[in-house]
Design a protein around this ligand. Sequence first.
Ligand SMILES: [Zn+2]
Ligand SMILES: [Zn+2]
Length: 454
Amino acid sequence: MRLVEGLTGIEEPRPADLAGRTLDCPCGRRHQVPIEALVTDPGGVQEVGPFLARKGHRRVWLIADERTFAAGGSQAEASCREAGVVVKKTILPGEPMPHADKEALGRLAFDLEPEALPLIAVGSGTVSDLARFLAYRTGTFFVTVPTAPSMDGYTSSVAAMLVDGVRITFPAAPPRAIFADPDIYSRAPRELIAAGYAEMLGKLTALADWRLSAVLNGEYHCPLAEELVTDAARPILEDPGSPAVLMEGLLWVGLAMLMVGTSRPASGSEHHVAHYWEMRALWEGREPYGHGERVGIATVLIQHLYEELFDRHRDQLAELAARAQGSAHGTETQIRTWYGPVADGLLKEQSSWGSKAYGPRPLTAEGLEAAAQAVQPFRLSPDTALAFLARAGAPQHPYEIDVSPELVEITLQAAKEVRNRFTILHLLNELGLLEELSQVVAGNVATDRRPGEA
Ligand SMILES: [Zn+2]
Ligand SMILES: [Zn+2]
């Protein structure tokens, strides 16, 4: 935390110390944290009511699902009641798990009042996205009570919504306050905590992809955001043992995203792969596995691709650069094959990007060598990544989330289409290596099929 200590003058800062701060960063930008309160102490949920009352609100709208309401909703409600704030609630069904989609939004729309009420989101990813979207669209604000250290989006300023099977991010605003009470989120189901650890593993490939693009494309890069994410992830990757350390780490990651205004510091190719699996499950009528679980397994595959390119092909970088001519993204025909029923939606989304090309080209041997060195601190052998997931109690292999080796091969080629954010997948496509290396990684996955399976 060397940079953030220097910029804030605070030794060993905690996320709460950054609330409301403005920092002049060596990246040349002035970063702001537009969150007024970031409570991380035990019993923090008691502060929800007093916070809203201080803001002059006498009536609020609490959103949760059945499970998250049981986990922390009644406590948030009680704290409002004691502070003289009337709570209106909408509790979505807990089973099947709700999504941030038109069904849930429609259900919530029935409870909208003419004069927008500030929202309390009690839950994790889905409930936060729904509240964030609604608060922004109705011109009010929301506060959040996280019920699981399962994801890094609590501070997020964008709402990730499912629109006709495609995950699309909409502009929104971060919560006005976060009440992360360890007495609540530490009691989250074991698999949600494991999902948070798996999510953390994905930070390394996200940071590697960011550096890759900074070196090869001249993309904006912020050393402060990188430091926050790195320092949040390291202790957790060494010892996945404390939900409180995990939650604090996830909040640091969220603050890094908030400061640079995009999810770039925390989300790269491993997320694109995870998004593809989610979309595919939805259009095939299966319930997708959790976000963190998908990210963890995807991270192992992406680390394997890094190893293939920068270890096994290291002495061929000059030759590869000379041959490179491919585009970063696939053709419309390929996209239609990979995305089936959601291809039209994705192509429409892609047409809103403007250009699908990245940074100055052609790629050079020097550029690739510099990239290889720049990503080195974030490299992990696939075996080390697998061992971490095992220790964290998270699934490690694609078959555990119903992803076959054949689907791995398709995914590694298809996933780069979901965002206009340069990653190792785009680089491999430009180098003409993506198809071949997708087969290599899929072949490796095929050797660890489910025990007893042919
Ligand atoms: Zn994530
Ligand atoms: Zn910066």
